[in-house]
Write a protein that binds this ligand. Structure first.
Ligand code: NOJ
Ligand code: CA
Length: 538
């Protein structure tokens, strides 16, 4: 339980709290709902749970707009419920990671309200990034910068100043040059660590520090490759961000065992090393497989690059196929190689056409491959059911700001955030005694947990068997590549655990050892069908 390295090879299950399980029937998932499902999580065989934000929030960005960092949204529960979930998870042998959102608060946060009331030039405004506008009366934004979900990145307040928001306008960016901001986050981290939290997932860890010059560059200049030298871009991935994480690390290391942290940093692979170093956050998400096509060469390159990078940082690698931000991988892999990376274009289930059978086969194979790799696997709720993306959400039910701010370009991320089906019937497929805050399609019935429980070949039972084997087979963090042809990714771990994935169209025969598991229910032992991964004791 006190192993300081528990995170290095953990299988971490991401819970999007509002969509996991609803105990009180108001249609919104809650902490009590999650606690009631701890036996399910334990039996799944994961090592840790990561909770996406559960803090008080207007939900302008699914909870990533935090009103108050040291509390629980009353619609989700209370601090007492939180303490309960921590002890119940620990009793079940599971760790808990919480999400920290340091780049921006919500516009309802006391600090932002204070900043609005205090006026230009006040210390309260210095906690955020305010500027005067352009034009004769300051009526134009200070610069033409765009926000992440579309639309302008500066918004005007009633007294005429403008504030920067990298994301939605309800998410004003904090000024991390302000010591009070830094101290307050240290207080927040200690608040949760003291409550027994084992680790932190750090939201957009590469955005915190900014050096915005007097004369603001244009959006085009900011985006032009090569305009700024590495580590010195005015807004992103500045080297000095690690001064902040060094302070966080000192705090984390004052606990026994030290608290873990994983950076969400969308930076070039070689820049990830610093976030993952033991002096900084200690681990960083590797999102490379999220945009990989179904291609053996691409997978092999991504895996070996990331194992090298992890070794350079002193961390272990991470592997991710799905999250609350991306089209579910059972759908992505069913859209055809060409569209894999462009799954955002999914516009209602018909274009591009989704091949559900192929998508699920490849998703199962991809997951089995990643679970055999050294490092941590981050799994997203519902992927263990093989859930596809829900494309058919009526416009009026959508919640994601990306849908509203970027109309006609993308449908947003609601399709992977639909409440889970636990049973094939009931008002919300067992999600809770009431409805569901995002509509669940009728086909969810076929993916329900209770249905899959009784089917030995279900995706749920595949995950259970794989996670169980993985925890028993886990070995040194290294692998040896095997050459079984250009369309096969095959490797052996030091204790003789071999994983073979067939990306090609021809069957692969392997007679080098006893078959332990196959992602395909129909494959015979020793035969790795196309779009299949099999594990061998060899
Ligand atoms: C990354 C989170 O994963 C995403 O859901 C959120 O919208 C942005 N950060 C902004 O906080
Ligand atoms: Ca509820």
């Amino acid at each position: 339980m006190n192993d300081p390295d528990w995170w290095r090879n953990a299988a971490v299950y991401q819970i999007y709290p509002r969509s996991f399980a609803d105990a009180n029937g108001d249609g919104i998932g809650d902490l009590a709902g999650i606690t009631s499902r701890i036996p399910y999580l334990r039996d799944l065989g994961i090592d840790a749970v990561w909770l996406s934000p559960f803090y008080p929030s207007a939900l302008s960005d699914g909870g990533y707009d935090v009103d108050e960092y040291r509390d629980v949204d009353p619609r989700i529960g209370s601090l007492d419920d939180f303490d309960l979930i921590v002890s119940a998870l620990h009793d079940a042998g599971l760790k808990i990671i919480v999400d920290i959102v340091p780049n921006h608060t919500s516009d309802r946060h006391a600090w932002f309200q204070e900043a609005l009331a205090a006026g230009p030039g006040s210390p309260a405004r210095d906690r955020y990034i305010f500027r005067g506008g352009k034009g004769e009366h300051g009526e134009l934004p200070p610069a033409d910068w765009q926000s992440k979900f579309g639309g302008p990145g500066w918004t005007r307040v009633p007294d005429g100043q403008w504030y920067l928001h990298t994301f939605a306008k309800e998410q004003p960016d904090l000024n991390w040059a302000n010591r009070e901001v830094r101290d307050d986050f240290l207080t927040t981290l200690a608040f949760w660590a003291d409550r027994g939290v084992d680790g932190f997932r750090v939201d957009v860890a590469h955005y915190l520090t900014k050096a915005i010059p007097e004369v603001l560059p244009s959006w085009e200049e900011l985006r032009s490759p090569g305009a700024y030298s590495e580590g010195f871009h005015p807004l992103v991935d500045r080297d000095e961000v690690h001064e902040i994480y060094a302070e966080w690390r000192a705090l984390f290391n004052s606990y026994a065992p030290p608290r873990a942290a994983v950076a969400e940093a969308w930076v070039p692979a070689h820049r990830r090393v610093r976030y993952a170093s033991p002096e900084s956050l200690g681990q960083a998400f590797n999102f490379d497989l999220l945009s990989a096509g179904w291609d053996a060469t691409e997978f092999r390159r991504i895996i070996s690059d990331n194992l090298d990078l992890a070794a350079r940082s002193g961390a272990s690698s991470t592997w991710v196929f799905s999250s609350h931000d991306k089209v579910r991988h059972a759908t992505r892999f069913g859209l055809g190689t060409r569209t894999n990376g462009k799954a955002w274009l999914l516009t209602g289930g018909t274009d591009p056409v989704e091949d559900r059978t192929l998508g699920l086969a490849r998703a199962r194979a991809a997951t089995l491959l990643s679970l055999a790799l050294p490092g941590s696997a981050y799994l997203y709720q519902g992927e263990e059911l093989g859930l596809p993306e829900v494309a058919e959400i009526p416009d009026e039910c959508r919640q994601d700001p990306a849908f509203y701010r970027n109309k006609g370009v993308e449908v947003g991320r609601d399709g992977c955030r639909v409440p889970l089906p636990w049973t094939p019937d009931g008002s919300s497929f067992g999600f809770g005694p009431g409805g569901a805050h995002l509509p669940q399609p009728a086909w969810f019935a076929g993916y329900a947990v209770t249905i899959q429980d009784n089917d030995p070949d279900s995706t749920l039972n595949l995950y259970r068997r794989a996670l169980d084997l993985r925890s028993r087979l886990r070995t040194q963090e290294s692998l040896e590549w095997l050459d079984l042809g250009p369309h096969v990714v095959a490797f052996r771990r030091p204790n003789g655990w071999t994983s073979i994935t067939n990306f090609g169209d021809e069957t692969v025969v392997f007679d080098g050892g006893e078959q332990l598991l196959s992602s395909s229910a129909t494959s015979e032992d020793g035969i790795v069908e196309p779009s299949t991964t099999a594990w061998f004791a060899a």
